[in-house]
Write a protein that binds this ligand. Sequence first.
Ligand code: NAD
Length: 470
Amino acid sequence: MKTIERIYINGEFVTPHGTETFELISPTDNTQIGTVRLADEVDTREAIAAAKAALKTYSQTTPAERIVYLQRMYDAVERRQDDIIQAMLLEYGGTLQFTREAAKSCLAFIGSNIDLLKSFKFQQRLGDSDVLLEPLGVVGIITPWNASSGFICSKLSTALAAGCTAVIKPSEMSAIQTQVITECLHEANLPAGVFNIVTGRGEIVGNEITLSPDIAKITFTGSTAVGKMIAKGAVDTMKRVTLELGGKSPNILLEDADFQTAIPMAAMLAFMNSGQACVAGTRLLVPESRLEEAETIMKATVENLKVGNPADEDTAVGPMVSKKQYQRVQDYIKIGQDEGAKLLVGGQGHPQGLENGNFVRPTVFSHVTNDMRIAREEIFGPVLSIISYKDEEDAIEIANDTNYGLFAYVSSADDARAKRVASKIQAGRVAVNQFSFDLVAPFGGYKQSGIGREYGKYGLEAFLEPKAIC
Ligand code: NAD
């Protein structure tokens, strides 16, 4: 049983003013695994004040000094890799396969910002002017529960690289991961106040950050619905916003693709992090002429996926984070059936023997049309829709016929052809014949998948305000 009773303000673990406690429930068997005491508005204002005070000195540090801080953060996070993995397994049922990669990615995020700082030019000569890129100020970082340790490492290391200070509001459902990361950051011995962590409710702590005149920017990862609320609230104080939101990513298999490779990869892309991934490829587009073949390979692939204890090496799909999320996925499976899609594999209910946890059956629908709700709405669970297309042009049209545009995937035997199709897809990233997570290239969404970009130079620039001295 974990009891998390303290938040982190101005370089210290402190008891929050807030008194509400939130139960942490295991998604694997729905027993209580801990409690977290939540921060409130008073705590949030204190955290913002500490970040504002620290900004005066921290914003004046040189890139070389920031590299030293980030390296200390990197070393501390590296020492706790196993604890990060264990926290993710326990807290939201992330599979070992996924959490190992997620823990490594915490380091990769910090490392890529260290590399970037070695060459990034904070001052340039353009025309008759010196253009200075100055830190924006105090940044509000609001993160979701899925892989929250990675989001904190990514966003905070970018803010610190830019010379900003931060107030972090992680999801209340990720308090155990947050505790491990907070301990790492404390151990890194960064200057007091440069980062503050206030775990609390979105409508309380998140709202206070959104409205505060002392916050210059919000970087948010989460649902499109909450992203819209934050954008609306932020405009009164003209905050900058970077919003990384939901997705309904298309995965196009061109007719020359090798289905023996592409279909198992499509299942992996749809079901990664048990389907609870913003980048999941949840719409699989296959040529009409090869639909039957795609169905046969997909059925065999998914029937062989192990659903169960996330801590087992061979588990591919773990539980949904909460009972509520379990029910949401069940509702969508029913909607798919009611809409007349063909249930190829999976379906409603728990897999046999896993009734105590939030486990769902990995589900694939075929004969889905792009106007069905299961093809349009983000489900955030292991539910894949196969949609057939007539020709390349039709595939591109279906892929782009969505409110989202975070990620897309294209497979073909001909790389040049796949890249040509990729160039026509309205998405912030299109992966060709693979799943790659390049931390130097920009990441972010077209359309309702967000505003702005993270990672690399584009990500860093989003924490800087350009000033021209003419
Ligand atoms: P969520 O939007 O419910 O919550 C995200 C964060 O926002 C949490 O910390 C929450 O407490 C906070 N919040 C809630 N209401 C708020 C308010 N009124 N003001 C300020 N903050 C508020 O999302 P979730 O359920 O934690 O995560 C799942 C969602 O996140 C999915 O839609 C998924 O696609 C998205 N996501 C996107 C990315 C990406 O990089 N684009 C990555 C992971 C998850």
